[in-house]
Design a protein around this ligand. Structure first.
Ligand code: PMP
Length: 362
């Protein structure tokens, strides 16, 4: 057995070892076809069964919400930043956004290229170190939708609740916390996520949407950028990223085997609790970056007294087999991304390392 790193990468990120091993065992000869899944037609029965299984498993994990469909797209969550306003922002309407950090900002930037864009709530005044109060959301006169980012991967803040937007569709970028906890899909018109954190390898973007939202897209849009193209072709209009979708199916199976979203949430809370306790109990040696009530269970951001000390921390951690603890280049500091597949043992090892580093550098 090769040594596995303590992998705290922000994405692409750790995948479950069990899934990697299963993929390895099926790699060369998939379901007795004499070829890998990457070598077979996406129009054939074997691939199609994997495709359908992945869609059904995802909806099943979400409690089989009525009237929702799953799409597998490409172009990352970043393409969704543009597709959302292109498909949903009509004449005389405004695209509404909750501004919470770097990723929400990127979504807003794309929306502004398409049309009238309104910031319905923002925590920019607090430097995105906290979540805006949901009671302060102020929609425009004729809102096409409200867009939120459930978890800001760089800043490390995460919504624990979502607003009731009535007849205005709530659209959510859940790239960095999808399937990390139970979720009432019925609150949302559409959810999307790049796969590379909680779902599988990079290259697949998952969309879960109310069918009526993705059936009649504007005809003037390029074919690939219309949701309806993918809905009516069951995400097989063009060649799908078949290996990635196979991996997602296996990750979903792995989540099911761990008690579904309730089971995963228990583990995620325990892992996050461990790290935040280590930060809060360090007597100020480690400092959490964000307001405690807004903290993310997926991306734990923290700092040390000086950048020199942070550099020393990263260097020493790498020596001990830790990977990915450097904060995003735009904000600096430290970040431990602890998605579903990061094992508890990695978090315990990190807490031990943090304690040791404090004792030797405090
Ligand atoms: N939204 C969030 C919250 C993200 O964390 C990321 C990627 N880190 C993106 C969007 C962009 O995703 P992609 O790289 O798949 O375009």
């Amino acid at each position: 057995m090769n040594r596995r790193a303590y992998n705290f990468n922000a994405g692409p990120a750790a995948l479950p070892l069990e899934v990697l091993e299963r993929a390895q065992s099926e790699f060369v000869d998939f379901r007795e076809s004499g070829m890998s899944i990457m070598e077979m037609s996406h129009r054939g029965a074997i691939y199609e069964s994997v495709h359908t299984e992945a869609q059904e498993r995802l909806l099943s994990l979400l409690g089989n919400p009525k009237g929702y469909k799953v799409l597998f797209l490409q172009g990352g969550a970043s393409t969704q930043f543009a597709m959302v306003p292109m498909n949903f922002l009509g004449q005389g309407q405004q695209a509404n956004y909750v501004l919470t950090g770097s990723w929400a900002e990127k979504a807003v930037k794309e929306s502004k290229l398409i049309g009238d864009t309104h910031i319905a709530a923002s925590s920019e005044a607090d430097n995105f170190m906290s979540l805006p109060n949901l009671d302060d959301i102020s929609l425009s006169d004729n809102p096409a939708y409200l867009h939120m980012t459930s978890n800001e991967t760089i800043g490390g803040i995460q919504f624990k609740q979502f607003p009731n937007t009535g007849s205005v569709p709530l659209i959510c970028d859940m790239s960095s916390d999808i399937l990390s906890r139970p979720l009432d899909v019925n609150q949302f018109g559409m959810i999307y996520a790049g796969a590379q954190k909680n779902l599988g390898p990079s290259g697949v973007t998952v969309v879960i949407a109310r069918e009526d939202m993705i059936t009649n897209s504007p005809k003037h849009l390029p074919t690939m950028l219309r949701y309806s193209t993918h809905t009516s072709n069951d995400s097989l209009y063009n060649t799908p990223p078949s290996f990635g979708i196979y991996m997602i199916n296996e990750v979903l199976r792995w989540i099911q085997e761990r008690g579904g979203l309730e089971g995963i949430q228990v583990q995620n809370r325990e892992k996050a609790g461990l790290l935040y306790n280590a930060i809060d109990g360090s007597g100020g040696f480690y400092r959490g970056c964000v307001d405690a009530a807004s903290r993310s269970d997926m991306n734990v951001t923290f700092r040390l007294e000086s950048e020199e000390l942070e550099k020393a921390f990263i260097k020493a951690s790498e020596k001990e087999g830790f990977v990915g603890l450097k904060g995003h280049r735009s904000v600096g500091g430290l970040r431990a991304s602890i998605y579903n597949a990061v094992p508890m043992e990695s978090c315990k090892a990190l807490v031990d390392f943090m304690e040791h580093f404090k004792q030797t550098h405090g």
